[in-house]
Design a protein around this ligand. Structure first.
Ligand code: S3P
Length: 182
């Protein structure tokens, strides 16, 4: 008799631009569903032993992206299931990552406008890619570069600008039920 194939992982994966609310929504989802949160940025910081800003300063963006890909591969190997996985905004830049994300579970893109991103990230200095004179221009350029990559990776997109965190969470929980029941 053929061995039964393992059932696909039932994780909810949050992707989206910096300031799209991934970490906050992950906490809400965790509270609602009782699933633990895994945050790829947190794992990267742990692994590197220094903050993201310092990784960018000392080793550059490519080294950060290598760490990010390695963390995703590790997550897939350990086959975590029933987790809420929050990711960094640039995780979709590498094709390898996009494939892993979709295999990890139900991928939700938290869509947010440039204006809202400016409002939320404006004074925060922890995001190296936005630490420059032309924050507005950088956000516009990165959004343009990344929009189709988010869209191509996500199973579902949610426009978040006019919704509260509980509203977004309820929408994700309902859609995830349909997705995992397929
Ligand atoms: C990045 C987003 C950040 C972090 C790093 C790079 C990006 O995460 O991974 O600064 O390229 O958009 P958040 O989206 O959680 O801010």
């Amino acid at each position: 008799m053929a061995a039964e194939s393992p059932s696909p992982p039932k994780n909810i994966v949050l992707i989206g631009f910096m300031g799209s609310g991934k970490s906050s929504i992950a906490r809400e989802l965790s509270h609602t569903l009782g699933y633990p949160v895994v945050d790829t940025d947190v794992l990267i910081v742990k692994q590197a032993g220094k903050p993201i800003r310092k990784i960018f300063e000392d080793e550059g963006e490519d080294a950060f992206r290598d760490l990010e890909s390695a963390i995703l591969r590790k997550l897939e190997e350990s086959l975590p299931t029933r987790r809420i996985i929050a990711t960094g905004g640039g995780v979709i830049v590498r094709p390898e990552n996009r494939e892993i994300l979709r295999r990890l579970g139900f991928v939700v893109w938290l869509v947010v406008s440039a204006e809202e991103i400016m409002r939320r990230t404006g004074k925060n200095r922890d995001r190296p890619l936005l630490n420059n004179e032309d924050q507005k221009g950088t956000i516009g350029r990165l959004l343009k570069e990344r929009c189709e990559l988010y869209r191509g990776t996500a199973h579902q997109e949610i426009e978040t600008d006019d919704l509260t965190f509980p509203e977004i969470t309820t929408g994700i929980v309902e859609s995830a039920r349909y997705f995992f029941a397929r």
